[in-house]
Design a binder for this molecule. Sequence first.
Ligand SMILES: [Zn+2]
Length: 450
Amino acid sequence: MNLIKSSAPQPIAMGLHNIAYSYRSTLLAGAVTLGLVFAFTPRLLQDAPPTGHSSILPLALSTAQAADIRSANVATAMMRSAERWISVKIQPGDRLAQVFKQAGLDTQQLNKVLALGGEAAKLARLYPGKTLKIKMGAEGRLQELLYNITPTRTLHIKEQGDAASFMANTVEHPLERRIARAAGTISSSLYLAGQKAGLPDALTMEMANIFGWDIDFATDVQRGDNFTVLYEEFYAQGEKVRAGEILAAEFTNGDKTLQAIRFNDGKGHASYYTPDGMGMRKAFLRTPVEFSRISSGFSLGRRHPILNHIRSHKGVDYAAPTGTPVKAAGDGTVSFAGNKSGYGKTVILQHGKQYSTLYAHLSRYPEGLNEGDRVEQGQVIGYVGQSGLATGPHLHYEFRVNDQHRNPLTIKLTQAEPIPSQEKSEFAREAKTLMDQLTAFKRTLTARTP
Ligand SMILES: [Zn+2]
């Protein structure tokens, strides 16, 4: 473990203040010897009660002034003086007992802390990379302990009375939502351009899903295509916890520019719309599986003049590893699920009267999938395999309109529903706000690169 941050002793009385001073000079000397920079500010000398999210630690505020105390001697020297906060960064294999021992804390206190149970039980197994903050009293007495169970929850243990007992509680830190922006131009792949733009991989995938109805990201994307994205980020205690959803995005593919805005319909259902309120989502997914490549395209074929047999491929083959989930291309009903000679394990979905889709060579079906079941678009209806006549794992996918095979790669997908009329004004307001922000962001980009 490393004792990474440290504040000066807290002057609680005149006498102690003097001690604190002399201690400070000793430490400074030590720090200089170690080649460390250790600055003190009055703020560091103040104690703040760990309640509410603005909380806690003078330490948390003082990263810049904090020294990297790795020397056991310096650390031990600190232990002997009056009360102060220390911060311990957990290393692999660290246990609380070691932390207590190295910090010079009383082991009887350790037992009391571990005996608290409840959330305090989390201290029995410390996670590397996390930080323990300990407020020490004189003679190695534990006064308080803080441990971030998650970025939004901190375990707080505080001594009761005269260190005879401890009390544990959890402090919740509210998540703060911020809007982040990213922009990129594709030179080799969308994935890499997303990374370069600082967009989390999951959101790059999400962007491909949002525009995937209109752009085939496997075949259509070209060098120079570019994107701009506004998305959510959530922070707790000033630190980024995770990314949220894409709020607005623009994608330019060749000479075609598409825009999408996320809108929550008030029934807790969010989806993406064009700025004029048309659904981005179509009645059918362009591709029902995440694939690595199209291993065989669609061809109706014709009769071979000599051999007199027909070579056709009435679907598309998507090469993908065995076990890759296969999704229902649209809302519908399972009209067939079972073995179909050369097709192997096969699922057929009926979508309304006109449309049906077929998924073949599956390795298995999801548990509980039966003929007659209603399925929703995107629902997993099978897993890629190579059952039937298949030379390798792939999904064979067919799309039929009125029982006629159509090319799933080129068929014009019908539009899903637009914004309901009663939500239109609300949507228009939100769309304008987001599009204004997106435009403003793009302006700063062009200003930077003339
Ligand atoms: Zn095929």
